[in-house]
Design a protein around this ligand. Sequence first.
Ligand code: GLC
Length: 478
Amino acid sequence: MDEKTSMLTSAYQALQKSIIYYQGMPVGTLAACDRTVADLNYNHCFTRDFAVSAFVFLMEGKTEIVRNFLKLTLALQSHERQLDCFKPGEGLMPASFKIETKANKDLLIPDFGEHAIARVTPVDSCFWWLLLLRAYVKVTDDLELAHSAPFQRGIQRILDLCLRTRFDLFPTLLVPDGSFMVDRRMGVYGYPLEIQVLFYAALRTARELLLPEGESQKYIEAANERINHLAYHVRQYYWLDLKRLNEIYRYQVEEFGAGVANWLNIYPDSIPDWLTEWLPKKGGYLVGNLGPARMDFRFFSQGNLLAIVTSLASDAQSQAIMNLIEQCWTDLVAQMPMKICFPALEGRDWQLATGCDRKNLPWSYHNGGSWPVLLWLLAAAAQKVGKPELAERAIAIAQKQIREDDWPEYYDGRQGRLIGREARKFQTWTIAGYLAARALLEDPHNLDLISFDDEPVVLTCDLPAMSLEGYVEIRLTD
Ligand code: GLC
């Protein structure tokens, strides 16, 4: 058996071992199968982790486990309108669930964040669920499932939850810290890129899968409008390249009212030193977060790669992001593809942003650690922009090492040469990420399962923040 075949075989075997069963049926995969350390919640099936396994199963034509997962998590989705702040809001999908067997009965125990370390909210779960449903329908043509009443209601509930008007006037989604893959405090509260991209892809999916009749019509219209505003906002204001950096560097500040250039009041002094040296001439990326007086200039890989794959980034921007990855290879890919974000927060920044979190020390875990699971999105993005050779290069770096090291969750160090200090071994999404990357390169059609076509942004009106006229008339005598 050659090296590649033996690697694939051992990965498949490991993925198989992680499958969990409910009432005798396969319903998900464990986060990790590492018997040498405490389980914590790594013996759960995480929605975001299972998504990677599910894409592998679907690429292999194994659809049953994905269908079961979709049905089971839909049943777990919070169904009631809540006024009680201690209950998950209607529409929320669990971060994870586990199965315990007591007196010969399988018990399902979901976690909506109420047990999670630091009690973080899984905002991304409902988005991954929608993306999986779309991929499942693509592989099976089983539109009946997506069109069934419970699934249609489930999709509407997700839209109810995230299209609700809130306290701010932005098309992006305002979320608390740690509500996605970075599920710890890392200064990623507000409007993190990864959530915005998943939100965008989820809206496009909902529009595709909702039946255009009755109640759903108004959901489709609302999704349509939001898709446009969101795409415009992210492409316009999250985008950073040398030209844009020059504009920000010379921004006027404290501008009031409509039609101003620096409408979020970003102070040029907030441009970090590393950036002006690091940003290549050819290339660009979407910044990590954007809100009032705040631009988080860190490069977040999952958000940028997903933006390419889902076409939230325009075609030209997608090319530029891949150019940047290629030119900053030694920082972003290094010895273990690929850094979750760049650069790491250090010193006082680390203390303040993480709350002195020792699991997130500089160049470790979420704070600049290297996560092999990202290989699959790197492969998908490289395929999408017509540069599969970049993914081949990354896989060649990772593959020997990750199997020798027993598929670690993450690596530490600027070059990603140390197995993460607290990394689990036999981490399922490391295994599935490798398999998905391989499958994407072997058969480019697999990209259809996760990718979206570029859709031109058609704005029917100006962004609200720009267009508010600023006056109202009331009659105090009424
Ligand atoms: C860690 C990761 C999270 C993942 C979980 C299970 O908490 O930060 O993204 O879902 O482990 O693998």
